[in-house]
Design a protein around this ligand. Structure first.
Ligand code: GNR
Ligand code: NI
Length: 170
């Protein structure tokens, strides 16, 4: 089922995800819903907190449209190492129409559990590293607007509030 993606300034985007204690059929269903929602959007990643599920769970797929899909599931993720710097023009499904350069670590090592509950470690760079850090932020209630300078931040905040007000009145 495609789920509704929350848009800033929805307060639920500021919630921290709670640890997933067991990979139940409900969690498996949630992962399926998240994948369907991400591919429909389309996006390269989606965090559970973006659909109002305050859990430590995100998915990423950075495969090109003309490549086979490459879904990666991260449950209870930990970033073990960050190295170097990279600036990437980021978007976020919770900030439609907003694009901004964000500085991140160029290289990360992450540990998480996969869909089967098995722990794995992964080293990532480029877009995969950027997407992992972007999604990891979501699980802490941290959003791309928090990485912006004060001017851009105010402008983006106003734009998003205005849009939410317009949508509430239609
Ligand atoms: O679809 C998305 N694209 C993207 C581009 C650059 C850096 C990060 C991202 S993640 C974003 C989807 C999203 O909002 N995930 O939380
Ligand atoms: Ni996002």
């Amino acid at each position: 089922m495609i789920r509704t993606i929350l848009h800033y300034p929805d307060k639920r985007l500021r919630e921290r995800g709670e640890r997933v204690e067991a990979i139940t059929p409900e969690i498996q269903q949630l992962i399926d819903d998240m994948a369907e929602t991400m591919y429909a959007a389309p996006g390269v990643g989606l965090a559970a907190t973006q659909i109002g599920e305050a859990l430590q769970l995100f998915i990423v797929d950075i495969a090109d449209e003309n490549e086979p899909s490459d879904l990666r599931v991260f449950i209870n993720p930990e970033i073990l190492e960050r190295e170097g710097d990279i600036t990437w023009q980021e978007g976020c499904l919770s900030f439609p129409g907003v694009q901004e350069e964000v500085e991140r670590a160029a290289h990360v090592r992450v540990r998480a559990q996969g869909r089967d509950g098995k722990s794995f470690e992964l080293e990532a760079e480029g877009l995969l590293a950027v997407a992992i850090q972007h999604e990891y932020d979501h699980l802490q209630g941290v959003l791309m607007i928090d990485h912006m300078g004060p001017l851009k931040k105010r402008l983006t905040h106003r734009k998003m509030v205005k849009r939410a007000e317009e949508q509430a009145s239609t």
